[in-house]
Design a protein around this ligand. Structure first.
Ligand code: ZN
Length: 342
């Protein structure tokens, strides 16, 4: 398919060769995670169509709606927008001074890295799943709460078996939520209105511990696999990346075909990392590709979070000098790393 092509340009994802379709630049690590000095790894062999697709479908998700994505805010890598997280659930944890705020669904403002003023929300316990569910104002008009799942609402002054509450940042938001519930036929009678004292007397926002829940699904895995494929291209070159052994990974990243074997690991990424001699700041991203258990395996560690390990090519091996690891720290040159101990 690619033999005999003499163009200077070829896309390693779709094999596009038209020179005028390579105006943009693909970054090995999405720029949301930072710029890595003058050694920011970029690729000139990803076409504009693939680059645009990755930006929309994979990079945005990874940088805004994953654990590592929101973790970047506390490493000084802020976003340009204050959009609530959709795929990562953040709730105020049941510790310390949280009190009645426990379970309040919140989100992080990407422009500041701080918790955003949360929207009014209706919490109701689902007895079938054993979980509290959270609904926001736009969802209320179509909300249906079958008795078999949620219990009996109160009626005619009698208390029902529903376990529910309304949490809101202000009295007005609280009342608007109660009104919406009643308009939707949900006879919620508020007790004492419960609202967040978001501004304390000193003007400081209160501080809460937050519990983060997220699911590593296919789009998330593809976004990580893309970084690993880009890393392969950057370090091993375009000719290597165009070899058929990378076809599975290429197609998985670009069109979502197939499924990749992946796991999370808590082992130290670098040899000696657990000792006092080698202690890193936790604001860097480490990536490696290596031979492991008869396969070519890629691994990436964002900050001090668990490491993603993925089988990139099954039943194949890199040459010794193709095994490679790098640590990227914003503003610093990438560090050449050793392979970790097996
Ligand atoms: Zn392409």
């Amino acid at each position: 398919m690619i033999d005999g092509v003499s163009n200077d340009k070829i896309c390693i994802y779709c094999h596009q060769t038209a020179p005028d379709r390579f105006r943009g630049v693909e970054h090995v690590i999405p720029q949301g995670f930072g710029r890595f000095g003058s050694k920011t790894p970029t690729l000139d062999c990803v076409c504009d169509e693939c680059n645009g697709y990755f930006g929309r479908e994979l990079d945005q998700l990874l940088t805004r709606d994953t654990y590592e994505g929101i973790s970047r805010y506390s490493r000084g890598q802020l976003s340009s927008e204050a959009r609530p997280q959709r795929r990562v659930s953040l709730t105020i944890a049941d510790v310390g001074e949280a009190g009645g705020f426990v379970g309040f669904r919140v989100s992080v403002d990407g422009t500041t890295g701080q918790l955003m003023l949360p929207a009014a929300q209706f919490h109701v316990h689902n007895f079938k799943t054993g979980k509290d569910e959270v609904y926001f104002l736009p969802q209320i008009p179509t909300l249906v709460l079958p008795e078999g799942d949620y219990g009996k609402p109160g009626a005619n002054g009698e208390k029902g078996t529903w376990r529910c509450k309304v949490l809101a940042p202000s009295r007005e938001d609280h009342d608007a939520m109660v009104e919406a519930l009643q308009r939707a036929g949900i006879d919620f009678r508020p007790g004492t209105p419960f609202q967040i004292p978001w501004e304390s007397e000193t003007g400081d926002a209160p501080s809460f511990l937050v519990e983060i829940t997220s699911e590593i699904d296919k789009p998330h895995k593809r976004a990580i696999a893309k970084i690993l494929m880009n890393f392969v291209v950057f370090h091993l070159g375009r000719d290597e990346a165009l070899k058929p052994r990378w076809n599975f990974l290429r197609r998985y990243v670009r069109i979502g075909e197939g499924e990749i074997k992946a796991r999370l690991s808590n082992r130290p990424f670098w040899t000696g990392q657990e000792t006092d001699q080698l202690r890193f700041r936790d604001d860097s991203i480490s990536i490696r590709i290596e031979n492991l258990d008869g396969n070519i395996v890629g691994a990436i560690e964002f900050y001090n979070l668990p490491i993603y390990e993925m089988i990139l090519v099954q039943n194949d091996a890199l040459a010794c000098d193709q095994e490679i690891a790098r640590r990227y720290t914003p503003g610093e040159l990438p560090l050449h790393g050793e392979k970790r101990p097996v």
